[in-house]
Write a protein of this length. Sequence first.
Length: 176
Amino acid sequence: MPPAIRIYGRIGPECVSAAYVKDWIETFRSVGVSSCLLQIDSPGGDADHAIYICNALTECDIEMTAIVEGECVSGATVIAMGCSTILARPNATFQLHDIHVSMGEAAASIDDLQAQAKFMGQLREVIVGIYEARTGLPKARISQLMREERTWSAAEAVQRGFVDGILRYDEPFPGE
């Protein structure tokens, strides 16, 4: 199996972080790796970390192939967009959704909420742009798909242009 970075679990500073992925990229680069798998099974997480990871994958000189092993939800879909090729296992699922924020039990003023809403809107525009660049779909269509918050099968994700193909279990990984 070719070298792989695993995005398993939640995305964020205490879990799968941008630093984690960047460290792996640097390690692979230092030993001359030219292609790498990015195996994904994640419910998503922090949008800002997902964007940072997507940018790191897009900017690196290693050929990255995403393999969606199970679920690819929310920020995990953003990360996948940073790879040159995105493949999914036949039973994998894929879901985009609109930006959410967890306020927990924190008290917030109207000004705090307005600032948070503005920030969420900016994140949303960045993510829509990432999806648009990858799929070629119009921003209005992407926004509609995000609002629907529907889980797609691997085949549906291919039909919509978010995944390039299906990797059957009897097929070798790319690069083998």
